[in-house]
Write a protein that binds this ligand. Structure first.
Ligand code: FE
Ligand code: FE
Ligand code: ZN
Length: 341
């Protein structure tokens, strides 16, 4: 779908992006392209993911094709694709994004199995992504584990080139994620990302811009957003930005921590995140929330996800400082710990 110029119903977009309270329901093409990670872990897989997205009023969703921490995957025949796609299409949820599991490390030059294993897995992941009608796979670029960023990125470029060359019949893109700089991660700045994309030179290699990671890695999205995007434009190219992960950051600028926070509850803050969510030039780019679920004060093993409320806040343009309490109340839980033991 093409970018619609009338994303802002007011017809103007001030730098401050003042919340537009009570604005009329936008038509389908004017809706903010926002959603969240949803779970495909139930028995009906894509159907449940779609139902969750519909419940959240999402216009785009992201799924893992199995557990994020491992690479065991069910056969595509068990994904309930026809029924899931019908729901997504009926509710105009598009695009669908896949997130590759965390444990693949294609930047690893030290473990001889990492390349073969990662390439094989990604070939399967591209098949699964295509089968469910995904546009992009958000992909963590991995870590150089001591070999140095240059070697790590060279290795990553070789692996990604091989994957892309072996999958020329699909349109599914690999959108490499900007990383916070934890440990020896690669693609922790735009120069490294730009170099990777240049080395591979494929139109199917793109970028997932994670707002928490970019801020944590040292780009001041809060106070100098325009400079950050112009740096991205110089080093990578804005046409390469195909997915946003919209997250606040618990620890903030240059912390290299990669701890996400709920929208408006972190160091990056509501204003910056709302501005990204409403920027006209990114109206066609899906924004995916990966914000933390709210822990139940009475039972720390139970958490309730906050996506439905955060999506509603972003659509309405109003930050709700009571989000955690309301999420708990939605689930019939009290916001303060029960004192009796
Ligand atoms: Fe990610
Ligand atoms: Fe992310
Ligand atoms: Zn993260």
């Amino acid at each position: 779908m093409e970018m619609n110029e009338n994303t802002q119903s007011s017809g103007k977009q001030s730098d401050q992006n003042e919340p537009q309270l009570g604005r009329p329901q936008a038509s389908q093409s004017q809706r903010m392209l926002i959603g969240s990670h949803v779970s495909m872990s139930g028995a009906k897989m894509l159907v449940e993911a779609a139902e969750e997205g519909i419940d959240f009023d999402a216009s785009t969703i992201m799924v893992f094709t199995g557990a994020p921490q491992n690479t065991r995957r069910k056969d595509i025949s068990r994904f309930h694709i026809a029924q899931g796609r019908a729901l997504l299409d009926e509710h105009h949820i598009s695009p669908l994004i896949v997130h590759a599991p965390y444990i693949i490390n294609l930047a690893n030059t030290k473990n001889p199995h990492a390349h073969d294993f990662g390439v094989q897995f990604m070939l399967g992941e591209l098949k699964r992504a295509e089968a469910i009608g995904a546009s992009d796979i958000s992909f963590h670029p991995g870590a150089h584990v001591g070999a140095g960023a240059e070697k790590g990125i060279d290795q990553l470029a070789r692996s990604l080139s091989e994957i892309l060359e072996k999958t020329t019949t699909t349109h599914v893109r690999i959108a490499v994620e900007t990383m916070a700089g934890k440990g020896s991660e690669v693609c922790v700045n735009f120069q490294q990302m730009g170099k990777l994309l240049k080395l591979v030179g494929s139109p199917r290699l793109c970028v997932t811009f994670d707002t928490c990671h970019v801020y944590d890695s040292g780009y001041d999205l809060k106070n100098h957003m325009d400079d950050v995007f112009s740096q991205f434009s110089d080093d990578i190219g804005l046409d390469k930005l195909t997915v946003f992960h919209l997250n606040d950051s618990k620890f903030g600028l240059s912390s290299h921590k990669d701890r996400h926070a709920n929208i408006g509850f972190g160091k990056l803050g509501w204003d910056a995140l709302y501005r990204i969510a409403t920027m006209k030039q990114f109206a066609h780019v899906p924004k995916i929330l990966e914000t933390p679920a709210i822990p139940d004060p009475a039972d720390k093993h139970t958490r309730y996800n906050s996506y439905k409320r955060e999506i509603a806040e972003l659509r309405a343009g109003t930050f709700d400082p009571q989000l955690p309490e309301k999420v708990l109340a939605d689930n019939g839980r009290a916001s303060s710990p029960v004192t009796s033991q």
